[in-house]
Design a protein around this ligand. Structure first.
Ligand SMILES: Cc1cc2nc3c(=O)[nH]c(=O)nc-3n(C[C@H](O)[C@H](O)[C@H](O)COP(=O)(O)OP(=O)(O)OC[C@H]3O[C@@H](n4cnc5c(N)ncnc54)[C@H](O)[C@@H]3O)c2cc1C
Length: 302
């Protein structure tokens, strides 16, 4: 694929549906020509570079239900697809109950970009490097979708099929991301290794959530997600299970980090070699696990 080194944005028609049904129908009837968009921070770059040339861009932001952010103590947090990342970061309930989500959003590019970029766009773009996807995975997030047969919900885990590919069907529009009620006593950490502090995708991203769970031998559950080290964002289930099955020790944390490295199947690219990425997965996972374990022990009085 050749990329134009003096790009301009190709012409397109701007479509502004006022209902979700209208949006799904428009997209369904023009599968090759129409694309939905939110902040546009991914799609405009791809259009400018000539990678995609949709005739219609369907603006989902104007549909009222995509602009709401709501918390229900029985269900959790519902973030409308069009809610930008700065709004998520400053939302009091996110700061209090979902600090890991705020931390992940803050790691994305710059303040200016986060005024446009959305979590739903990050998820739908399906880049293995998407910084907010790990938090959605470890919190057990769900995706609310409207398609030609009405509304349906699917887990974030299972949504990704490959780089840029998801389970979304013709006419499907993501309307919200739901993050379940947070686990009591949870601590989270997102460690992003990038080439610089601003506007760069991760070389490796490690998201970890730890919380007390009296129903398992370790008494603490850890969820671990990786970015930029596989064709899709990855939950490392084998490592999570290993850690859950016996009381936690320093040695077991180290073995978990090694299992996480084993699960990573990165590629070489301009941001880093596969070998470097694998090694950094182990180092950053261990760093994250140690930090969270210290916090959990202090909090639990062990
Ligand atoms: C300078 C720069 C720096 C960046 N840095 C980072 C970074 O550090 N970390 C990171 O993770 N990302 C980064 N990105 C990528 C981008 O900003 C994020 O992925 C962002 O979250 C995309 O959100 P958006 O709302 O702008 O998505 P959009 O560009 O509007 O859409 C993204 C994709 O999702 C599809 N889509 C949009 N809305 C819907 C919908 N409702 N239903 C179904 N499909 C939909 C679109 O068709 C498109 O394919 C960067 C981008 C730029 C330009």
């Amino acid at each position: 694929m050749s990329i134009n080194s003096h790009p301009t944005l190709p012409e397109f028609e701007y479509v502004k549906p006022s209902t979700i049904k209208e949006a799904s129908t428009f997209l369904y009837e023009r599968p090759e020509e129409a694309r939905p968009f939110l902040g546009g921070t991914d799609i405009f770059v791809r259009m400018r570079d000539g990678i995609i040339t949709p005739r219609y861009l369907v603006d989902i932001k104007k549909i009222p239900e995509t602009n709401e952010i709501q918390f229900d103590p029985m269900v959790g947090l519902r973030i409308g697809a069009a809610v930008n990342m700065n709004r998520v970061i400053t939302e009091p309930v996110v700061q209090e109950q979902y600090p890991l989500l705020a931390e992940a959003c803050k790691s994305v590019a710059s303040y200016q970009l986060r005024n446009r970029a959305t979590i739903a766009g990050n998820v739908c773009n399906a880049s293995p490097a998407g910084d907010t996807i790990g938090a959605c995975l470890v919190y057990g997030g769900k995706i609310h979708i409207h398609g030609m047969n009405g509304y349906y919900v699917i887990p974030v885990d299972g949504f990704f099929l490959g780089p840029g590919r998801t389970t979304l069907q013709r006419g499907d529009v993501v309307i919200a991301i739901e993050i379940p009620v947070p686990f009591k006593g949870a601590f989270g950490k997102y460690i992003k290794l990038g080439r610089n502090r601003l506007s760069d995708l991760s070389i490796v991203g490690v998201t970890i959530l730890g919380y007390p769970d009296s129903g398992i031998p370790s008494h603490y559950r850890f969820r671990i997600a990786l970015a930029s080290v596989a064709p899709i964002p990855l939950l490392v289930l084998e490592a999570e299970e290993f850690l859950a099955n016996a009381p936690i020790t320093r040695d077991r944390l180290e073995e978990t980090a090694i299992l996480t490295e084993t699960a990573a199947i990165p590629i070489d690219d301009i941001r880093g070699s596969a070998k470097y990425r694998k090694e950094m997965v182990r180092i950053l996972t261990l760093r994250g696990l140690n930090t969270l374990w210290e916090n959990l022990k202090r909090d639990g009085g062990e």
